[in-house]
Design a protein around this ligand. Structure first.
Ligand code: FE2
Ligand code: FE2
Length: 250
């Protein structure tokens, strides 16, 4: 394998990102003929994954003391990304999803069949990261970040519309989060990452993991889309509340 094999991995990630960007969920989110609240109504469905993402950073990606300079980089990144879930809770409330729900019903929803891809995504990422060394973790983070970039970029317009409609700031869905996420995926950092050398076996593992990351996230987006299609949010605040957990209502 050529020197700087991480460049090959990054190139693959960008090709995968291009396909990911065209998935049905993102087409649905960009479809102006559908009301913005409906287009964002997958929001409660992603709770398990979003809330666990802080843990993935704190307890899975991070390893202290770092064994090498790559793991050091991973650790730094983990501190940037481990505390975004409170903004999700904030938006959850502002979007009208903070319903009086029995804890047992909520748990049935979070661990039920209709949200299982959320959990599988987290468990599989955890298994993958546990096998990866520092440099390989950087490749996995890159793949995860690019899926996030598609989601957060596509959400911007919806956030703007709903912020205007409800008179609130959506810190998870809107510019606040997007700006921070774009901050740690800037071009200069990509150049630095592209210069990482990987041996042949490591390169092959990273290429396979990149594929797997995008496959897992694709399944996740399909679960979110199916959920959004099932729910029927009403358009006007304060009656914008929608039920979540179709299964628990039946
Ligand atoms: Fe984030
Ligand atoms: Fe991030």
């Amino acid at each position: 394998m050529s020197q700087k094999a991480m460049k090959t991995v990054l190139r693959k990630i960008f090709l995968l990102k291009r396909q990911y960007n065209n998935l049905p969920l993102f087409q649905f989110m960009r479809d102006d003929s559908i009301d913005a609240a409906k287009r964002l109504s997958f929001f409660p469905c992603m709770a398990h994954f979003i809330m666990s993402f802080g843990d993935l950073n704190k307890y899975v990606l991070r390893s202290e003391p770092a064994a090498d300079k790559f793991q050091e980089k991973v650790n730094l990144h983990s501190y940037e990304d481990d505390h975004h879930w409170p903004w999700y809770l904030e938006d959850f409330q502002k979007l009208g999803y903070d319903l009086p729900t029995r804890p047992t019903d909520l748990m049935r929803f979070l661990w039920g069949e209709e949200t299982h891809k959320n959990r599988v995504l987290m468990y599989q990422l955890t298994a993958m990261i546990a096998q990866a060394n520092g440099a390989e973790r950087i490749a996995i983070i890159e793949a995860i970040e690019e899926t996030g970039n598609v989601l957060f970029t596509t959400m911007l317009d919806l956030a703007k519309t709903l912020e205007g409609r409800y008179g609130v700031e959506l810190r998870y869905c809107g510019v606040h989060h997007h700006a921070l996420e774009s901050g740690h995926a800037v071009a200069s950092e990509h150049e630095e990452i592209a210069a990482i050398d990987l041996d042949e076996a490591s390169t092959q593992r990273c290429l396979a993991w990149a594929d797997q990351v995008f496959d897992l996230f694709e399944d996740w987006t399909n679960e979110l889309l199916a959920y959004a299609r099932r729910t029927t949010p009403t358009a006007s605040a304060p009656d914008r509340r929608t039920s979540y957990g179709a299964e628990l209502l039946s």
